[in-house]
Write a protein that binds this ligand. Structure first.
Ligand SMILES: Cc1ncc(COP(=O)(O)OP(=O)(O)O)c(N)n1
Ligand SMILES: Cc1nc(C(=O)O)sc1CCOP(=O)(O)O
Ligand SMILES: [Mg+2]
Length: 504
């Protein structure tokens, strides 16, 4: 098994899988099956916790066998996992997990899998994991049968992913059954797998523009993520001669022009990483600040940017509509140095050649700029490419063509951008939150007074122009915006309020 995995994934990724420590809280239907998936994928170090014994009633969905009824789940599961791969490092905790012992048990693990059946345990586990800055995957809404396409995988906040339809709790009419519980377990395991496999590839290091993104495999061929499920056409595109283009699983649906997205929403169209097949990129959560000298109350872009970066903002976009190219280049060179020093990403708006010339981290393009395919040909995988979208059709097209993230807006009316389309409202954001599997940033008319609303609709990254650059006290303004974001982050652990019980 390991030889096959190494051949399929390459040595570097196998090493990452071998080193990763994954903690699983609860070994019922979710936890036992997730453990099996992880072991089959090459994970070796597992901390497994459950205080219960195998019962006959568990066998309809949990990874145990008749002969194991009466055994402690931790030891029964350990036996079963070792039948798959004998050389495992398993820490078996046969105790009820509570706030008092959760860290003692799981703190050594970077990845936490929530697989409890009680809402209170779920809440405790997720909250503890997030406080320790762990990657936590939790499940909600797996009961009953059917509607497996409603079981989505959603990044709820930085570090927390929830799988399931978030509605279908266990009750008399909706018992926990093998298929939906199994889908939930597989999704949880896949989230962990993606985190492990893409850890280094996923986070663009500010200032590192060349090989930081995307795993370089032997022979210089970069393999695409195998999970691409773009909406729209199933054809592949030759994006980059050095890349193997992502396999796209075809869907019948294509968006007809003018079709409303309400209709599509119910059809569960997913937006997944697309044809460029780059490793999944994570956009830092929080403020995405954008320059605009004309709105900066007479201050220069560089002075404004200095204040923005001093406030700890981790993404800065250089957007300048009124300067000659040479001046933009000079400014970007300085911004490159400043963003490197402060550990922020530098994204250049509109001009891929400028972004390349100053070794920015990325380029942002809109619907009227060079087509994404052309930009990708110019920048290959050296730059993050963000694309403005104003509708599900545009989002799908951007994802399919290999955008690394999308802009979603304008959420509210704005006068900052000329000729921008009418505001799309929170409805489009809701659609993206439910369907997008690549990062997105909400933009357009976002102010201190409506930021909370945007965040509460599920945006983790928010782009603002005039609210920041047009403020006389930029640091004070950013502090206030950050306060609103922090309150939302604390509330993120309240997601567990929607975690339904009885998953296993
Ligand atoms: C993060 C982000 N989202 C959207 C835009 C708008 O890009 P575009 O539609 O090309 O308009 P201009 O900014 O070029 O006027 C953006 N810049 N950033
Ligand atoms: C540049 C831009 N792009 C948008 C989009 O929806 O794509 S809205 C917008 C302007 C955002 O400025 P402000 O924060 O001042 O409203
Ligand atoms: Mg543009």
């Amino acid at each position: 098994m390991l030889a096959y995995l190494e051949q399929a994934l390459g040595r570097t990724r196998m090493a990452r899988l071998r080193e990763a420590r994954v903690g699983i809280g609860g070994l019922g239907g979710l936890g036992s099956n997730a453990a099996v998936h992880l072991v089959r994928s090459g994970v070796r170090h597992l901390v497994l916790a459950d205080f219960d014994r195998v019962d006959k009633s568990n066998l309809n969905r949990q990874y145990y066998f008749l002969a194991q009824v009466g055994q402690m789940k931790v030891s029964a599961l350990a036996d079963n996992l070792r039948l798959i791969h004998p050389d495992l490092d398993l820490t078996l905790i046969c105790e009820r997990i509570t706030a008092a012992n959760v860290l003692a048990v799981f703190d050594s693990c970077g990845y936490w899998v929530e697989a409890f059946d009680q809402a209170e345990s779920k809440k405790m586990f997720v909250t503890a994991g997030l406080r320790r800055h762990k990657r936590v995957v939790a499940a909600s809404g797996l009961a009953g049968w059917g509607r497996t396409d409603d079981m989505v995988t959603r990044e709820w906040s930085s570090g927390l992913v929830i799988v399931g339809d978030r509605k279908s709790g266990v009750d008399a009419a909706a018992p926990p059954l093998a298929p939906r519980v199994g889908v939930g377990a597989a999704k949880e395991a896949d989230v962990v797998l993606s985190w492990i496999l893409e850890e280094d590839e996923a986070v663009a290091e500010p200032g590192e523009v060349t090989e930081a993104r995307g795993a370089k495999e032997a022979g210089g061929v970069k393999k695409a993520r195998g999970v691409a499920e773009p909406c729209g056409r199933a054809e592949t595109h030759e994006m980059d001669k050095t890349q193997e283009v992502g396999k796209t699983r075809g869907r019948e649906e294509t968006y007809a022009v003018g079709k409303t997205y309400e209709a599509d929403k119910n059809r569960g169209v997913e937006i997944s990483p697309g044809a460029a097949g780059s490793a999944k990129f994570r956009l830092p959560a929080g403020i995405y600040a954008i320059t605009s000298q004309t709105h900066s109350l007479g201050r220069s872009n560089l002075d404004v940017a200095a204040e923005i970066l001093r406030s700890g903002v981790k993404i800065l976009q250089y957007r300048e509509k009124s300067k000659v190219f040479r001046e933009m280049y000079e400014e970007c060179l300085v911004l490159r140095r400043m963003t490197r020093e402060s550990g922020a990403l530098l994204i250049v708006n509109d001009y891929p050649e400028l972004a390349l010339a100053v070794e920015a981290d990325g380029v942002h393009i809109g619907q009227d700029d060079l087509p994404l395919q052309v930009v990708r040909q110019l920048v290959g995988s050296r730059l993050i490419v963000g694309v403005s979208t104003h509708s599900p059709e545009q989002a799908c097209a951007a994802v399919e063509a290999g955008a690394d993230y999308i802009g979603v807006g304008p959420i509210y009316p704005t006068r900052t951008k000329e000729n921008v389309c009418a505001s799309v409202g929170l409805q489009y954001l809701d659609y993206i939150v439910a369907h997008a599997e690549i990062p997105f940033v909400a933009i357009g008319g976002i102010k201190e007074h409506n930021l909370g609303e945007v965040l509460s609709h599920g945006a983790s990254t928010v782009a603002l122009v005039t609210e920041i650059v047009g403020s006389p006290d930029i640091e004070g303004k950013i502090a206030k915006l950050n306060q609103i974001i922090e309150v939302k982050d604390e509330k993120a652990s309240d997601i567990v309020g929607v975690l339904t019980g009885g998953e296993e």
